[in-house]
Design a protein around this ligand. Structure first.
Ligand code: HEC
Ligand code: HEC
Length: 247
């Protein structure tokens, strides 16, 4: 905590507006590992997702691929546009997949952070690798984006810190062995060594909330969805990198 207090004294006015990917803060070796499909464990999850996408549910119902033929083409770019409003509801990719699971496959929801949902999300996001993040933040999405921004800028928790304090003000500083990045969402679901697994963006957000002793919101709930839209809006134009690797 003392260390954080010292860091905060260093927190200058928000740094330049340019948002860079969290991958820019990885060690060169880890960055090479991330780019190497045979060495990045996230790709194992992508393969699992691809397999699940083609498989009919045991209890019956259509396989995803039954309705989404040639996903390499038909779903390429889709992930880059989430979160987005679907029938007036803000949905991220996980939510959209669950919607198809329940309404079109007629199966029980996988559940947030379940291995199945993580694998499918990682697979579909990986189909957008290299394409620029392209969420809509105007029109009906605007109020959600603004709610996300307000969350990002609000001081919270026992440490009374906003997301912005760290991810705009302390970028490049070390904190508990990590280098603080701009908090870009471009690599999620990401394989994190500390988790020994792939995890969702909302899992990462819960870790940041806990880090400042603030309320941890439910993964998939409205607070983190709005925050996800704001983060995606900040990262607009950066390439999708799922599955990223993180410490
Ligand atoms: C006390 C400083 C601190 C605060 C406050 C904080 N974070 Fe973080 N955050 C970190 C650290 C450290 C990491 C891990 C290193 C990194 O990727 O930046 C991290 C990681 C992240 C990442 C993953 C970035 C990537 O490329 O993998 C996102 C997204 C993020 N934070 C968003 C937020 C949001 C949104 C909030 C506010 C709810 C927040 N953080 C509050 C320190 C903080
Ligand atoms: C019975 C047909 C059907 C099945 C089965 C199905 N989907 Fe869908 N899916 C659709 C239709 C139709 C849409 C788009 C229509 C809409 O707006 O609801 C859609 C939309 C989507 C989208 C949003 C695409 C975009 O461009 O934004 C994703 C992602 C998706 N489905 C993933 C899946 C996954 C993963 C599965 C398997 C768990 C699945 N779907 C199963 C019919 C299906």
């Amino acid at each position: 905590m003392l260390r954080l207090a010292v860091l905060l004294l260093l927190a200058a006015a928000p740094a330049s507006a340019e948002i860079v990917s969290g991958s820019s803060f990885l060690s060169p070796e880890m960055r090479r590992q991330q780019e190497d499909e045979t060495r990045n464990p996230g790709f194992f999850w992508v393969e699992q997702g691809q397999e699940l996408f083609s498989r009919r549910p045991e209890a019956g119902g259509e396989a995803c691929i039954g309705c989404h033929a040639a996903p390499q083409r038909s779903l390429r770019g889709a992930a880059a546009t989430y979160p987005k409003l679907v029938s007036e509801r803000l949905m991220n990719l996980e939510g959209r997949i669950e919607q198809c699971r329940v309404e079109r496959q007629k199966q029980p929801a996988f559940g947030y952070e379940s291995p199945e949902l993580l694998a499918l999300t990682a697979y579909i996001a990986s189909l957008s690798r290299g394409l620029p993040m392209d969420v809509a933040i105007d029109g009906p999405a605007r109020p959600f984006y603004e709610a996300g921004r307000a969350f990002f800028e609000r001081r919270q928790g026992q440490l009374n810190l906003s997301c912005r304090h760290c991810h705009d003000g302390l970028v490049g500083q070390k904190l508990r062995g990590d280098t603080i990045s701009r908090g870009a969402s471009t690599g999620y679901p990401a394989y994190r060594l500390e988790w020994n697994s792939v995890g969702s963006l909302h899992r990462r957000l819960r870790a940041c909330s806990l880090g400042v002793r603030a309320t941890q919101f439910e993964a998939g709930g409205p607070e983190y969805l709005a925050l996800e839209l704001y983060l995606a809006g900040r990262a607009r134009g950066l390439p999708v990198e799922t599955p990223a690797m993180r410490r």
